[in-house]
Design a protein around this ligand. Structure first.
Ligand code: NDP
Length: 493
């Protein structure tokens, strides 16, 4: 890592490109409208961003469709696509500081995380999907006789991708890497708070050799550009990461338009269950990481801590100590461990939950919003204990650094409490008893169970939810399923 001064001076020198990226070039929005983009950690304006709307989405879809139909990418061999995406991974690595700064400035997360986690992650996800795609074989059905029935995996066509702001580059990459590797064209709408890394990524993709029109980025607001993509008659599939409420809108948009496929990665309220036989020091370290990493703005954040009553006091003390050690500050300072909330609106939402929590449970530490310099978008790492089962802070996704601790007596009570949520994204279980861990994992209605760790995740394993956390899986070989259709070609000879 470099110094605070180095990152600050690099940030001052960035030339932001924040127009629409359509058919391989930057263009103004058709309306000429823009919106202001701020650094939430300082309150300073970064740039004006093109406010794309339905007209810009139409142009982007048209470019994407033309690229798909003439085969400039869709009919390249998997090996050829692999080479381009590997080039892109390399370019992301070569531009790591700039890419990291873009996400840090846009959404307020520490530079130590964008440099060490987000940007290397994005490069690796492109690399992994590129390397995987020429190792998957099609099938031949066992018809026998003078027949060959081929089952071929074909790209779907034009993919619409709508993503949130919490990991701007990575959330875009989770969609783009498998969609592009399998030969589709894409129109991406980044969140209004964090469009910059997606736009720079599109430029790098062109430099890597991606033909014009294959990747288009339309920044703008959800109600305009996002909805236009969701309702577009020439989009074959809409992939979304974001809130459950907006995910439901995309299902409606599809039903009211062309019945496009919709795949949703939505909200969470993930339980972290700790049994007394676990390594409690490690469990406390990881429980703190599981809720405070990325300011708690993580879909799979371990926001509910379920501890056995015999270790309640000990775990609360350990977590309090860890929460109070977290250094908050300017995200450009490599020593900062927690930055700002993504914007003032979201800081106000989280603050409102803090106030509700104070009436529902016992505040152990934190509980306040505060200012650093000219920005008051900072929230203290906060822990509530003795949280009633059906209280607001036990139920609702807060999407901030707020932990709700509850206690249980028996294993069956822990299962019931863990599953008592409309969400089903992830869960963690801490125990030295492998049989208990496996039994417990079987009973949890979630997409990922982490045993003796939190947020277990890799390019090799699928990520996604059950219940109202959505459906469809990002990452792994299975992510290709969303972006391909099985086509039967039956030959008699
Ligand atoms: P939102 O659902 O508000 O926004 C997500 C995207 O949808 C943004 O690009 C947004 O655009 C767009 N959008 C908003 N309203 C509409 C609309 N009416 N029609 C079409 N598009 C719309 O989520 P947040 O950005 O606030 O992100 C936080 C949420 O994302 C949390 O619930 C979190 O759990 C979830 N999430 C889930 C993950 C998972 O893998 N399961 C991973 C990460 C986050 P704009 O912002 O420009 O208005």
């Amino acid at each position: 890592m470099q110094s605070f001064e180095y990152y600050a001076s690099q940030a001052d020198n960035i030339d932001f490109r924040a127009e629409c990226w359509i058919d391989g070039q930057f263009v103004r929005s058709k309306s000429g409208e823009t919106f202001e983009n701020f650094n939430p950690a300082t309150g300073k304006k970064l740039c004006d961003v093109a406010r794309g709307n339905g007209h810009d989405v139409n142009a982007a879809v048209k470019a994407a469709r033309a690229a798909f139909e003439d085969g400039r990418w869709s009919r390249k061999t998997p090996g050829e696509r692999k080479e381009v995406l590997l080039n892109l991974a390399k370019l992301i690595r070569e531009n790591i500081t700039e890419m990291a700064l873009l996400d840090t400035l846009d959404m307020g997360k520490p530079i130590s995380e964008t440099i060490n986690v987000d940007v290397p992650g994005a490069a690796f996800f492109f690399q992994w999907h590129a390397e995987a795609v020429d190792k998957i074989y099609d099938e031949i059905a066992p018809t026998g006789g003078r027949d060959i029935a081929m089952i071929r995996r074909t790209p779907l066509g034009v993919i619409g991708a709508v993503v949130p702001w919490n990991f701007p580059l990575d959330m875009a990459t989770w969609k783009l890497a498998p969609a592009l590797a399998t030969g589709n064209s894409v129109v991406l709408k980044p969140a209004e708070q964090s469009p910059l890394s997606a736009l720079r990524l599109a430029e790098l993709a062109k430099e890597a050799g991606l033909p014009d029109g294959v990747l288009n980025v339309v920044p703008g607001f959800g109600e305009d550009a996002g909805q236009a993509l969701g309702r577009h008659m020439d989009v074959d599939c809409l992939v979304f990461t974001g809130s459950t409420a907006v995910g439901k809108l995309f299902q409606r948009y599809a039903g009211e338009s062309n019945m496009k496929q919709v795949w949703l990665e939505t909200g969470g309220k993930s339980p972290n269950i700790i049994f007394p036989d676990a390594d409690l020091e490690k469990a406390a370290d990881m429980a703190a990481f599981g809720i405070f990493f990325n300011q708690g703005e993580v879909c799979s954040a371990n926001s509910r801590l379920l501890v056995h009553s015999s270790i309640r006091d000990e775990m609360i003390a350990k977590l309090k100590e860890r929460a109070e050690q977290i250094k908050q500050g300017d995200p450009l300072d490599p020593a900062t461990k927690m930055g700002a909330m993504v914007d003032n609106n979201h800081a106000s939402t989280v603050e409102a939950f803090l106030n509700v929590g104070k009436g529902e449970a016992n505040l152990i530490t934190g509980g306040s919003r505060f200012a650093i310099g000219d920005s008051d978008a900072f929230i203290q790492p906060t822990i509530f204990a003795d949280v009633p089962k059906d209280s607001t802070i036990a139920r609702d996704e807060i999407f901030g650094p707020v932990l709700a601790i509850q206690t249980f007596e028996t294993e069956s009570e822990a299962v019931e409490m863990a599953n008592n949520s409309l969400y089903g994204l992830a869960a963690s279980v801490w125990t030295a008893d492998l049989t208990r861990a496996m039994d417990f994992s079987d009973k949890l209605h979630v997409g990922t169970v982490s045993v003796n760790t939190v947020d277990a995740l890799s390019a090799m394993t699928p990520f996604g939810g059950m219940k109202q956390s959505g459906f469809g899986r990002d990452l792994s070989i299975h992510s290709f399923d969303k972006y391909t259709a099985l086509k039967t070609i039956w030959v008699k000879y």
